[in-house]
Design a protein around this ligand. Structure first.
Ligand code: ATP
Ligand code: MG
Length: 564
């Protein structure tokens, strides 16, 4: 369950006020209603945290998980499965309240017959094009269809034959009889049922007609006794239709629809259609590719449910559309991993260092702190020997003034070990690349030794060459070069893909304690960032995903302008 104190928001206030006033008999019932046509993403997490959070804030409050599965052509069991896994992973539990809109097909059908009998729905036989023309525009009223005044008997007969499968797709629809002149286009006799001879993943071929979202959704809420139906702003104009349906749906205690602004994130692909395109066209390795903002992708990348919940709590809920910086999400995973991730040393681009005055066969086990933020995490020993690897960019042959790490004649401290001084190097005669750095060490400067406090300008990480474990490291860069939220034409969005979003480093060397680290375990590689063991890891070859680097641009920006 979400931790910490929670700031209020307008939806929390509405629910608390309704509860206090005894509305809905004091019940609080919310629902998270995904369509099983894709994997959940970080935007859904906002809705999940909100809906399950609202229920958890009130004793006896409950949140349903309902699959809004009324569209036969795009839905699948794979998605039903993954959505349940992801909601649980985020830390929420629907208990025995797992529902499917497709379980209501019979009742939705009966309700439609009742609407027909009450003169509130009719079968229309205009073509899709004609219907569009009759619909009017934002500035002009629509026109009544010539079929609008069919008798109840004729409507019933046609609707029953639609249900029996007598008609081809597109030949008829069932429409609500509301008002073709309404200023709200959603009330201009909206479609309740379409003919679709298609197989549904749960009901198979038993239905040749399928209810529209605007019809099935409110009715499902009403059947389940939902009190507060929270959805995103694009449904604001649909609310009168929502109310029209629930008023006629026969329940006295009617659910209330409340809209909030969806989460948009910079540099992230959040539409399920686009995510599906990326997966199907193999621009990414699957729904759990760590570059995707899907919950599976974030998890594989190393995000924790705690960090995602804290992020969702922080961004809050409002009626105003806004775009949230990806850096803010990164800030929350850093904060969380800083507290819990063990520190280790790993060298991504190794450069060999030989310590000439260190005995050939000697080996020392040095004590290293596992987590300075958490004394209970203890210490571990790290082997030190004559030949080490350091990060290639921690050495420069001809350094500029402000470079304080290793260079000819210069000293640095090796983390948990000694101060070393560079006395020479070897180069590949052909490429000119430095292949080995020669150093001496000062035995008195060992951590805890007499000269341990001697000041040098930098401390760098390292691993012992003979003991280090070979590893692959995957660095991730934004999947999009340009931000989709800043106006690239919709049809061109694929041109924004960053061809260099995945950087695979092989031949990385990590300290021996990481041998056999379990997939999913998370570490801070000192000075480099937070990393998570990928399921692609083999017995002798761990693979690490960089979750996030250590630099917190968000925290720095916050400091500069605290009002943000
Ligand atoms: P699409 O990407 O096709 O528009 P969707 O994201 O609306 O689909 P649903 O399965 O209908 O997918 O979403 C389930 C719930 O999650 C809905 O209540 C929806 O409002 C909410 N939701 C979806 N995207 C976001 C988002 N970016 N921010 C907040 N809530 C969201
Ligand atoms: Mg939707």
């Amino acid at each position: 369950m979400p931790e910490g104190t929670s700031a209020s928001n307008f939806i929390r206030e509405i629910v608390a006020a309704d509860r206090a006033a005894g509305k809905h008999g004091g019940r609080v019932v919310t629902r998270f209603p995904p369509e099983p046509n894709g994997y959940l993403h970080i935007g859904h997490a906002k809705s999940i945290c909100l809906n399950f959070g609202l229920a958890a804030e009130h004793s006896g409050g409950i949140c349903h998980l309902r699959f809004d599965d009324t569209n036969p052509t795009t839905e699948d069991r794979e998605y039903v499965q993954s959505i349940q896994e992801d909601v649980r992973w985020l830390g929420f539990d629907w208990g025995d309240r797992l529902f499917f809109a497709s379980d209501y097909f019979d009742r939705l059908y009966e309700f439609a017959e009742r609407l027909i009998k009450n003169g509130q729905a009719y079968v229309d036989s205009l073509s899709a094009d004609e219907m569009r023309q009759y619909r009017g525009t934002l500035t002009e009223p629509g026109k009544n269809s010539p079929y609008r005044d069919r008798s109840v008997d004729e409507n019933l007969d046609l609707f029953r034959r639609m249900r029996a499968g007598d008609f081809p797709d597109g030949s008829h629809v069932l429409r609500a009889k509301i008002d073709m002149a309404s200023p709200n286009l959603n009330l201009r006799d909206p479609v309740l049922y379409r003919i679709r001879h298609a197989s549904h993943y749960r009901t198979g071929r038993s239905w040749p007609i399928y209810p529209s979202y605007d019809y099935a959704h409110p009715f499902s809420d009403a059947i389940e006794g939902v009190t507060h139906s929270v959805c995103t702003l694009e449904f604001e104009d649909h609310r009168p239709l929502y109310d029209w349906v629930v008023e006629r749906g026969g329940t006295s205690d009617r659910p209330q629809q409340i809209e909030f602004a969806r989460l948009n994130l910079t540099h992230a692909v959040m539409s399920k259609r686009k995510l599906l395109e990326l997966v199907e066209d193999q621009h990414v390795a699957g729904w759990d590719d760590p570059r995707l903002p899907t919950l599976k992708g974030l998890r594989r990348r190393g995000y924790t449910p705690e960090a995602i919940r804290a992020f969702c709590e922080h961004i809050g809920v409002s009626k105003r559309e806004a775009v949230v910086e990806m850096q803010l999400l990164e800030h929350f995973i850093r904060e969380d991993l800083n507290k819990r991730a063990a520190r280790v040393m790993a060298v991504l681009r190794p450069l060999k260092v030989v310590i000439e005055n260190y005995p050939e066969q000697a080996l020392e086990e040095l004590e290293a702190v596992n987590n300075p933020e958490d004394p209970s995490a203890g210490t571990r020993s790290v082997p030190f020997s004559r030949t080490l690897y350091i990060e290639r960019d921690d050495y420069l042959e001809d350094p500029p003034k402000e470079f304080f790490r290793l260079a000819p004649g210069r000293e640095v401290r090796l983390r948990y070990a000694y101060i070393i001084k560079c006395i020479g190097m070897t180069k590949d005669p052909r490429s000119g690349e430095v292949t080995e750095v020669r150093c001496t060490y000062d035995p008195l400067t060992k951590s805890g030794g007499p000269e341990a406090k001697r000041k040098v300008k930098a401390t760098i990480h390292w691993v012992s060459a003979a003991h280090a474990v070979d590893a692959e490291v995957r660095l991730y860069h934004p999947l999009l070069n340009t931000d989709l939220t800043t106006g690239t034409p919709e049809e061109d969005w694929m041109t924004c893909l960053n061809p260099k979003s995945l950087e695979r480093l092989t031949g990385c060397r990590v300290e021996p304690s990481l041998k056999g680290a379990a997939p999913g375990s998370r570490f801070q590689f000192e000075r480099l960032g937070y990393f998570c063991v990928d399921p692609d890891s083999g017995p002798g070859l761990p693979v690490f995903n960089r979750t996030v680097s250590l630099k917190d641009a968000w925290a720095r920006a916050e400091k500069r302008q605290p009002s943000r």
